[in-house]
Design a protein around this ligand. Sequence first.
Ligand SMILES: C[S@@+](CC[C@H](N)C(=O)[O-])C[C@H]1O[C@@H](n2cnc3c(N)ncnc32)[C@H](O)[C@@H]1O
Length: 277
Amino acid sequence: MNYRHAYHAGNFADVLKHAALMAVLVHLKKKETPFAVIDTHAGRGLYDMASGEAEKTLEAKDGIAKLLDGGTPPGILEPYVRLMREYAPARYPGSPLIVARLMRKQDRLVAIEKHPEEYDLLRPVLHQYLRARAVSGDGYRELAQLVPPPERRGLVLIDPPYEATDEFETAVRALIDAHRKFATGIFLLWYPAKARGAIEGAVGELLHAGISRLLRVELDIGRKPEDEGRALSAAGLLVVNPPFGFAHEMELVTRYLAKALARGRGAKAEVETLAGE
Ligand SMILES: C[S@@+](CC[C@H](N)C(=O)[O-])C[C@H]1O[C@@H](n2cnc3c(N)ncnc32)[C@H](O)[C@@H]1O
């Protein structure tokens, strides 16, 4: 395993994923009843933006830095922007820290990380949050044990590194198995929007498994001529059981981000309901 999220922290794909994550949490917090969040691929939780890794790629320059330096974002992005300003420019919070910061005393987070070095960094980041637990292990295997959560409400974030060629299939299979046991849960599956065939295959499998509410959210920041063969420029989320109103919120978010983070030709946003209203 060579993937290190520190090279990519705060890039456009993180902005999309974390803005969507926060929007889901806002929905979950509308009810007083507790919820659980399972973050299957947690990472280290807090990224040092002056580190060698972050400076090597400077991906945050086309992501969070552009967003924070830009105009006024739509209201739905405000909580995300406000939280990011607390850490910027020196640091960028990852998904487990974002959840820990937003959840209430009745809510719970389980953040799983397989890489020992990342896990050792994650543990102290979550230490002060009494209802956040860092787990060292395989996210897919742990997920199978953790659903359904006793709260019977919540979110599963599946954010794999896509290093293995069959990672999409593995992630989709884990999602389907977890959904069988936790059919009311919200699931966010992040993916690089590169190979259309793999994405269509994943969607087909989810629908075939009987998932009846499914949303696809994609953001493409476009490319400059010199970007050929370079880093990712499009990313997406498959959202199972999106909260009411979430699709419209993501339309506003992605439309804004496609303009604010545009890198070159072809920048665009797409939100499509694949099943359900
Ligand atoms: C894309 S990063 C996660 C970023 C994080 N979710 C965030 O938004 O801040 C993927 C992480 O998954 C970890 N990882 C890889 N395979 C894993 C597995 N099978 N189970 C759990 N974690 C894994 C990697 O070490 C890496 O830290």
